[in-house]
Ligand binder design. Structure first.
Ligand SMILES: *[C@@H]1O[C@H](CO)[C@@H](O)[C@H](O)[C@H]1NC(C)=O
Ligand SMILES: *[C@@H]1O[C@H](CO)[C@@H](O)[C@H](O)[C@H]1NC(C)=O
Ligand SMILES: [Zn+2]
Length: 495
């Protein structure tokens, strides 16, 4: 039996989005205690009583999540962000000491598993991670600290329909990779570099809606078929530049160049945190002789192989959420008896990666009366991908130690530039007060007040025109056909 300890009870199905209520007594204590000062989280083997090392089908997965939310009402909450084409719920479990309400000043983070239906190791790892958290909260200081200071949202399967037609023991191939309509969900997001003409799928739309409502600071998407932590960008502007030249197109195909974000230092760091805490990943051993070996177990996505419509680029460019892709098993769907080993290899990585949400700068943007300003845009100077404050005026940005300047703009306020220092030991708290901007005389009398930002955010524009609108970049022509063909071949070989 897989779930011996199922607790009968009501389903705690809550639409948490609507419940981000502000509790005025909230104190920001996120940085009082530091993850770095805590003892390492203890290795933990989940109790087989609650969760065996076997694959759980959708019904079993649902039962486990419901039982856990009934058993740990103070630490977990279960909600669905929508349904797959075949009507399976896309369950998200929140694990936190405040499962039902956002903690003002503290970050929300997430993991997404099984976007490719035939890569289910991550799906099982995430169930074990939930079990680990709830059963260690009272005994492990690190876990307690993490759950007291972070809301962790876990979507174990984004593609339950694909999983349902996948076969255990199948290490390669595309059977079950796609959703029920044959779409690759990790090619189904709006793309920063190229027009993505793929019709939006219900699973993708649910995730887009989800991340538009909760400001996630950090995210990991779990895959299989390789052993590497891969960071944005997954796509590249280069093919646009090279498209006209045959030689260039071939060159692009065969030696994909890195496509680096302005936060490359941070993305490399985050990837290394995962790889180095993993039992094997940082050794950078190739899965098979025909597949690449990755130095330190990390790679830039586009340098591995470029793709259009990936989820990590979307998270980062549209919402400033730092998502990386975690390829955690050479075999896409290994036999169940290997799951225990995968858990041992990944558990420390899975936990320590999330704690990285507490690195960098965090704070609030206020108006002169001390009220929070929602949707203020913030850009770290030199890093053109910006981000916005929440309705409580909060913001977070993961940054490595150093000296930085932030540019803060909001409609109706004078823009400000603020300098700050980041240290290794704890996040920097930064509250910014914006002054109302002065009306420009004679312009639009009686209308809105005008102001001139020092510099409009260059790249971050949810809902605004995508950058490809300006530079025609449709993927046409024989060489892009070849390169697309090769890329889909790659993606079937790799994760
Ligand atoms: C920033 O504002 C928050 C929310 O009002 C407050 O709790 C915190 O103490 C402030 N931090 C600093 C460094 O002023
Ligand atoms: C949940 O928290 C409340 C209030 O702190 C406490 O009374 C209750 O016993 C807790 N429930 C469980 C199942 O731990
Ligand atoms: Zn994959």
């Amino acid at each position: 039996m897989i779930l011996r300890n199922t607790i009968a009870g009501q389903v705690l199905l809550l639409l948490l989005y609507a419940r981000h209520t502000f509790f005025s007594s909230a104190k920001t204590v996120a940085s009082e205690q530091l993850s770095m000062a805590l003892p390492e989280p203890r290795a933990y083997l989940p109790d087989a009583q609650n969760l065996d090392f076997v694959y759980h089908d959708h019904e079993e997965l649902t039962r486990f999540l419901r039982a856990t939310s009934a058993r740990y009402p103070n630490l977990t909450a279960l909600y669905s962000i929508g349904k797959s084409i075949q009507g399976r719920d896309l369950w998200v479990m929140v694990v936190s000491s405040s499962p039902y309400e956002h903690m003002v000043g503290k970050p929300d983070v997430k993991y997404v598993g099984n976007i490719h239906g035939n890569e289910p190791v991550g799906r099982e790892m995430l169930l074990h991670l939930i079990q680990y958290f709830v059963s260690s909260y009272n005994t492990d200081q690190y876990v307690k600290w993490l759950l007291d200071n972070t809301r962790i949202h876990i979507l174990p399967t984004m593609n339950p329909d694909g999983y349902a037609v996948s076969k255990e023991g199948t290490c390669d191939g595309g059977q079950g990779r796609y959703n029920a309509r044959g779409f690759d969900l990790n090619r189904n997001f709006p793309d920063y570099f190229k027009q993505n003409n793929k019709r939006g799928q219900p699973e993708t739309d649910a995730v887009k809606d989800w991340i538009s409502k909760i400001q996630f600071v950090l995210s990991g998407s779990l895959h299989g078929g390789a052993l590497v932590a891969s960071y944005p960008y997954d796509n590249t502007p280069n093919s646009r530049i090279c498209r006209s030249s045959a030689l260039c197109a071939m060159f692009q195909t065969y030696s994909a160049a890195p496509s680096l974000t302005p936060d490359d230092d941070v993305f490399k760091h985050l990837s290394l945190v995962y790889a180095r805490n993993h039992a094997k990943m940082s050794r950078g051993v190739a899965c098979k002789s025909a597949t690449p070996a990755f130095e330190n177990g990390i790679t830039n996505g586009a340098a591995w192989y470029p793709l259009t419509g990936g989820m990590q680029d979307y998270n980062y460019v549209w919402y400033g959420c730092m998502e990386i892709t975690l390829e955690i098993s050479c075999c896409k769907f290994p036999p169940a008896y290997e799951l225990k080993k995968y858990w041992e290899d990944n558990q420390l990585s899975l936990i320590k990666f999330l704690a990285e949400a507490h690195r960098g700068v965090q704070g609030f943007v206020f108006d002169p009366a001390g009220m929070p300003i929602e949707r203020a845009s913030i850009k770290i100077k030199g890093r053109d991908v910006g981000f916005q404050t929440t309705k409580y005026g909060e913001f977070w940005r993961i940054l490595l130690p150093g000296y930085y300047k932030a540019e803060v703009f909001a409609e109706g306020y004078a823009p400000r530039e603020v300098e700050f220092v980041i240290v290794e030991q704890h996040p920097t708290l930064l509250n910014v007060t914006l002054q109302a901007s002065k009306r420009v005389e004679g312009v639009g009398a009686g209308g809105p007040s005008y102001y001139r930002p020092m510099q409009a955010p260059q790249h971050y524009r949810p809902g605004g025109p995508p950058p490809y609108a300006a530079a025609a970049s449709t993927e046409n022509g024989i060489f892009s056909t070849i390169s697309n063909g090769l890329n889909s071949l790659y993606s079937n070989i790799f994760g």
